[in-house]
Ligand binder design. Structure first.
Ligand SMILES: Cc1cc2nc3c(=O)[nH]c(=O)nc-3n(C[C@H](O)[C@H](O)[C@H](O)COP(=O)(O)OP(=O)(O)OC[C@H]3O[C@@H](n4cnc5c(N)ncnc54)[C@H](O)[C@@H]3O)c2cc1C
Length: 476
């Protein structure tokens, strides 16, 4: 092949990807594997988007913007980590520690009974809930098993609270048990989250099998997980342009023709946008975005905030790897380890953190310490060496029933008015139609879907199958 022809082939195989978060990385890796030439344009100077790390000048250490947790059922995310060669950097935790109102700690862990009974004995032992409350939980779990995945679709358009009320769950059980799990998993309380996602959390993580509900926590800073992406993409002839902000997508008629950056236009016939809906609205020409069924409802998406709080303590106060604070305003505590000087790093997470966004850092730290003192009173006597709160106001889109039908598919349709959707434009990002709430798994699924729409092949990896008893009872 002569040079000009090689360049022509490379241009034809080029896919410009706007955004280097998980959706963009996932799309690029799959496209690179399939012989395409991915070119990621990322406005920040690092990869990872909302799941990344930064160097904190106060403590001198690299911190994640917030602890990111996955579960065994996140099969596409694990597939991506496998392709990046970093799956062994995830530590898996079978046992979950729950702080009760009385300051005691319950441990929830699977046992050898077949799914869906593998958590049943542990749940029975939990002192968080009394006998009547446990009966209520069993009733709703049984309903979710019996209805299977198809049954949850009948709850489209309604909230998870509607479902819980239908299963005669009391306010206490909703507050202490269901909301404790749902707020962390979906970043919305049961009164707001779509029932399909609330039910999905239990059908796909808690009930089908032992590994599905195991919690995965990276044991390196998040951004290190993405380091191998560069060589995979470059070996395919692609590039990652950091610090490159896309200002607009250019069209000839209704087909993509270019991507305009601060440094000038880049010719492009195939573009994947992975940016959140509000950003996409800014880079699409006004005259066009209402004419594509996928982008006509971008303003329908609302966001929900998350607050992460890093604390560096002079002495260790706990050996527990984590703590779930049932029914409390602070939802999780993660133990990030002890450094060579014996100082402990704890990280607290507050999901659906609307009420915290206007608070000062001092007030936030004060409240978090008060909450942690319920489990570890000695925190009050320990010197706080450094504290850092990270407010993510637009942490995730709000997966309410209202937006379910508005989440766009990856590829353009050729049907419809004006000759169909905008050709050459593919959409990804956790807010797209992945069947998942806003999660890393959802983001990776969206990237894989976009790559498959371009390839006409590939796509998602298999989900975990429920165990035989769970299947027999109707879980699938
Ligand atoms: C605080 C917090 C805690 C979370 N905790 C969890 C968790 O525990 N578990 C979990 O599964 N999920 C969690 N999530 C959600 C998860 O981080 C996201 O769902 C996922 O990272 C979204 O990836 P994405 O690629 O779709 O979007 P993004 O990560 O937002 O990626 C989009 C990228 O596009 C870039 N970009 C934007 N505009 C432009 C432009 N004009 N030009 C070029 N680039 C542009 C952005 O800089 C960004 O890098 C959390 C999120 C937050 C914020």
């Amino acid at each position: 092949m002569d040079g000009a022809f090689r360049q022509f082939v490379a241009m034809n195989r080029q896919v410009v990807i706007i955004g280097g978060g998980l959706a963009g990385i996932a799309a690029a890796i799959r496209l690179a594997d399939d012989g395409h030439v991915p070119r990621i344009l990322e406005t920040r100077r690092k990869l990872g988007g909302r799941a990344t790390s930064f160097d904190d000048p106060r403590s001198g250490v690299t911190l994640d913007n917030c602890q990111h947790v996955l579960m065994g059922c996140c099969t596409n995310l694990q597939d991506l980590y496998q392709r990046l060669g970093v799956l062994d950097r995830i530590g898996w935790h079978e046992q979950l520690h729950w702080l009760r109102e009385d300051g005691g700690i319950d441990s929830l862990r699977p046992d050898p009974l077949p799914a869906p009974l593998h958590q049943a004995r542990s749940l029975l032992r939990m002192r968080l809930l009394d006998r009547v409350a446990k009966r209520e939980v069993r009733r709703a779990m049984w309903r979710m098993i019996r209805m299977g995945a198809a049954g949850r679709l009948q709850w489209r358009g309604r909230t998870f609270l509607d479902f819980l009320r239908d299963q005669r769950q009391s306010d206490d059980v909703i507050h202490l048990f269901w909301d404790t799990i749902i707020i962390s998993a979906c970043n919305l309380e049961s009164a707001r989250v779509a029932a399909v996602h609330g039910i999905q959390v239990f059908q796909e993580a808690f009930l089908p099998g032992r590994f599905a509900g195991v919690v995965g926590i990276p044991d390196v800073p998040l951004r290190e997980l993405y380091d191998p992406a560069r060589s995979i993409i470059e070996n395919a002839g692609g590039t990652i342009d950091l610090g490159c902000s896309v200002r607009s997508i250019g069209f000839e008629g209704r087909s993509v023709a270019s991507v305009v950056t601060a440094d000038g236009p880049i010719e492009a016939a195939t573009v994947i946008s992975t940016v959140p809906p509000d950003r996409l609205a800014k880079i699409l020409p006004d005259r066009l975005h209402a004419t594509d069924a996928r982008t006509a409802n971008l303003d329908a998406f609302e966001s929900s905030p998350i607050l992460g709080v890093h604390l560096q303590l002079e002495q260790p106060i706990t050996d527990l790897p984590h703590l779930v604070l049932a029914g409390r305003p602070v939802h999780w505590m993660f133990n990030k380890g002890t450094d060579e000087d014996g100082h402990q790093h704890l990280h607290a997470v507050i999901s659906a953190a609307d009420d915290w966004m206007e608070l000062s850092e001092q007030e936030i730290v004060h409240r978090v310490v008060d909450e942690l003192a319920r489990a570890f009173p000695c925190i009050k006597d320990t010197t706080m060496l450094a504290a850092r709160s990270v407010k993510e106001k637009r942490a995730t889109f709000a997966a309410t029933p209202h937006v379910e039908s508005k989440r766009p598919s990856a590829g353009p349709s050729v049907l419809g008015a004006d000759g169909g959707d905008l050709q050459g434009l593919y959409l990804a990002g956790d807010w797209c139609d992945t069947g998942w709430p806003a999660t890393m798994e959802g983001a990776v699924r969206s990237g894989y879907n976009a790559a498959a729409a371009i390839n006409g092949d590939g796509g998602l990896v298999d989900e975990l199958r429920p165990g035989p008893l769970a299947s027999l009872l109707g879980l699938r």
